[in-house]
Design a binder for this molecule. Structure first.
Ligand SMILES: NC(=O)c1ccc[n+]([C@@H]2O[C@H](COP(=O)([O-])OP(=O)(O)OC[C@H]3O[C@@H](n4cnc5c(N)ncnc54)[C@H](O)[C@@H]3O)[C@@H](O)[C@H]2O)c1
Length: 431
């Protein structure tokens, strides 16, 4: 299979090495495309054995030419979230399948454009929901599929982002709601996708509240970070700031962003206390699913630790799962939690003692998810997946609809019906 990648920033590296290295025997990387020539050249230089003239590279405006010259079977889309739809639609119309990073897109207008192009062309869209492939999360699917707690009636789900990872969404394009959909779309797309997949259901009604408590000018002032610069690189208070990002000393950040910024003005380390930030850092959502299950969900982006806590109530018992990914941030450094002690899953069936389960483990990024997912994406010999972890444009759509409805609920101050939102935009989706 022939693949081309558009968007050669941080995330594309995983796909590039999967196609051009891990699964190179079965696949060809035929082109790379980006707005920024520096990042494009950096990526091309990292492709091992690219053939005689090296890997073909194209600037953003040359994307149609890349498709016509290189004729990829599949285009991998790893540009910022608000641009996914542009490349997805163009690729499908040129006869290509698409693999896109999450969230599939950020608002209903762009969602309609993707769904219309898919319906017109019949091309295959895959949204890379790597969290489904984390072995511990697949185990939850396995337990729920086996009826371990009967019919799921209620879920309490909390996701904590720490002060390094959480802060990162307030430094660059993610911090603009129109570019990322806010964290309820950008980040929670993973979490709401997990819930949809675990339940085998879709959201019907959503109520939400959201606020920004940490990443605001008042917090910087209260921390004595005065005066501040527009970015860490030139900030007179940087050495005293616990959120400082040092682009100079981190080789990857320096080469990929600092040395590339002259071309397009993309600042990787803009101040997390900027008044221009328009996304929330504290969000709560209540949702009702078509299966009848109820969801309570909390996301914070400045927690002292990173990880998740989830409890499922069912007609025959309770299932709890806790995963500590990062114990804490000490002197700006994240102390990652590894191995069996970092995860705990307890099955408590009604009338029986609670059972602490042996949690399924894996190696690699996102709790062992990414290598498993890449196998399913790029290894033609992979076995069929009994957990149905591959996700289509329909899964991609449902995964953002809870967040889009939650954003609408925050704005309108009332509960929002998902079907009503879809109808307003002329979108028809299978449930
Ligand atoms: N599944 C996951 O766990 C995960 C993790 C990280 C990022 N992501 C997703 O991957 C995508 C990319 O994120 P990232 O962190 O690599 O961002 P990034 O900013 O590091 O990279 C984006 C790249 O797109 C390029 N770009 C910007 N505008 C463009 C345009 N008009 N045409 C072509 N190229 C353009 C930029 O120059 C940059 O090289 C996002 O959708 C993000 O949500 C997913």
């Amino acid at each position: 299979m022939k693949y081309a990648i558009v968007g050669t920033g941080s995330r594309h590296q995983m796909f590039r090495s999967a196609v051009a290295e891990t699964y190179a025997a079965e696949n060809d990387l035929v082109g790379l495309c980006d707005l920024n020539g520096h990042r494009l050249a950096l990526s091309a230089a990292a492709v091992p054995d690219p053939g005689g003239n090296g890997i073909a590279t194209y600037r953003a405006g040359e994307f149609p030419r890349m498709l016509s010259e290189q004729k990829p079977d599949t285009v991998i889309v790893t540009v910022p979230d608000d641009l996914h739809h542009e490349y997805m639609v163009e690729a499908m119309r040129a006869g290509c399948d698409v693999i896109t990073e999450k969230p599939m897109t950020v608002d209903l207008g762009k969602l309609k454009a993707i769904l219309d192009a898919q319906a017109e062309t019949g091309r295959r869209v895959t949204v890379t929901f790597n969290y489904r492939y984390t072995p511990a999360r697949t185990q939850i699917k396995d337990l729920l599929m086996s009826g371990a707690i009967g019919k799921v009636t209620a879920i309490d789900f909390r996701w904590h982002l720490d002060r390094v990872h959480g802060a990162d969404y307030f430094r660059r394009w993610h911090r603009h709601k129109d570019r990322s959909g806010g964290l309820l779309v950008h980040k929670s797309t993973h979490h709401f996708d997990l819930v949809n997949w675990w339940l085998g259901s879709t959201p019907e009604t959503v109520t939400a509240h959201g606020a920004r408590h940490m990443y605001r000018p008042e917090t910087g002032d209260a921390m004595g970070l005065v005066p501040r610069g527009p970015r860490c690189h030139v900030c007179p208070s940087a050495s005293a700031c616990q959120f400082r990002m040092d682009l100079e000393t981190d080789e990857k950040l320096r080469t990929m962003y600092l040395e590339a910024e002259e071309e397009d003005g993309y600042l990787r380390d803009a101040c997390v206390f900027d008044p221009e930030i328009s996304i929330e850092d504290t969000m709560q959502v209540h949702a009702r699913y078509r299966s009848g299950a109820l969801l309570n969900y909390t996301l914070t982006a400045y927690s002292p630790w990173e990880g998740l806590d989830i409890t499922f109530q069912g007609t025959e018992g309770e299932l709890t799962h806790r995963h500590v990914e990062v114990h804490g941030v000490f002197g700006g450094q994240r102390e990652k939690a590894e191995g069996r002690e970092s995860m705990r899953t307890v099955l408590h069936r009604a009338g029986e003692a609670p059972e602490v389960l042996d949690v399924w483990q894996g190696e690699g990024d996102h709790g062992g998810a990414d290598p498993v997912m890449l196998g399913y994406l790029f290894d033609p010999a992979v076995e069929p997946d009994r957990y149905g972890r591959g996700s289509t444009h329909v899964d991609g759509a449902w995964s953002i609809l809870t967040g889009i409805a939650a954003n609408a609920s925050i704005e309108r101050g009332q509960a929002v019906g998902v079907d009503g939102l879809l109808a307003e935009h002329g979108i028809v989706l299978p449930c």
